[in-house]
Design a protein around this ligand. Structure first.
Ligand SMILES: [Zn+2]
Ligand SMILES: [Zn+2]
Length: 275
């Protein structure tokens, strides 16, 4: 594996306090040649974080510090590691304009980016952060009227994220496309969503985007598989979608975790952000 392209930092409110430099040193120690910092971009200003601790992303007033700390490390370690600085940007249906404003502002400073769905709006208009906890997931399922409408809303939102107009700095890689299965051992997939998943991959291919091959799910006690699972990685590979590995690490020691499981796949570097 050449690198880890989905990594968080001390700026994330729900992660560890490990400094960005600790992640860099871990990456070098593990023999990686590339590292993408993809901190959670701040949520749109007029959107209230639905997570019970309101800790889903980084603080808006830390963005400049995050970027400058990243750029300094980029220079300092340029002989040892290619460091990309970017964001994991939330796609929230109905907040496209605000999301584009963020990307238009910070896009010129980003080397890499991931577009992810974590937030879904229930029919009663309440938003839920679907990967927050098993309990929150249960509350979301109740608000949606069951697991099937919740899963359906997730795949609808993912498809909308691929098609969304978010300007010239829209991230070109779609994050953990089966995150809805994070608690699957407690809340099993109610029906087969292969059709939606296949369609999603075909849309990703059509747009020329890449796929976040995310190992974090392997270590979640109620998931125990990669996002997406092997069968879908195989289909993405068959379609020729760039497969870009990421640990989604929120601690320095998590860099490259689970990458052994991906050794059968050709891993690719992220596409340039601005294409
Ligand atoms: Zn996170
Ligand atoms: Zn994510």
């Amino acid at each position: 594996m050449p690198g880890d392209f989905h990594v968080h930092t001390q700026y994330c409110q729900h992660g560890a306090d490990d400094k960005m430099e600790a992640y860099v040193l871990q990456a070098i120690e593990k023999g990686l040649t590339h590292l993408s910092f993809t901190e959670h971009a701040p949520l749109p200003e007029n959107f209230t974080d639905p997570a019970p601790k309101r800790d889903s992303t980084m603080d808006r007033d830390k963005v400049e510090t995050y970027l400058s700390e990243g750029k300094a490390l980029q220079k300092q370690y340029k002989e040892d590691l290619q460091i990309n600085i970017g964001f994991e940007v939330d796609y929230i249906k109905g907040f496209e304009r605000e999301t584009q404003t963020f990307l238009d502002t910070y896009g010129p400073e980003m080397d890499d980016g991931i577009l992810s769905v974590h937030m879904l709006q229930a029919p009663d208009k309440t938003f839920f952060c679907i990967d927050y906890s098993e309990e929150e997931f249960g509350r979301a399922a109740a608000a949606f009227g069951g697991l099937e409408p919740l899963y359906t809303a997730y795949y609808d939102s993912l498809q909308a994220s691929v098609a969304a107009e978010l300007g010239r700095f829209k991230p070109k890689r779609i994050g953990h496309i089966t995150l809805i299965q994070k608690f699957q051992l407690a809340y099993p997939q109610p029906v087969d969503f292969s059709k939606e998943q296949t369609k999603l991959l075909e849309l990703i291919k059509k747009q020329g985007y890449g796929l976040d091959i995310n190992t974090a799910g392997l270590f979640k006690p109620l998931c125990k598989e990669t996002y997406p699972p092997v069968k879908l990685i195989d289909y993405a590979k068959q379609l020729g979608i760039p497969l870009v590995p990421g640990s989604d690490s929120h601690t320095a020691t998590g860099i490259g975790k689970g990458f052994d499981e991906l050794s059968a796949y050709p891993s690719q570097l992220p596409q340039p952000l601005n294409i």
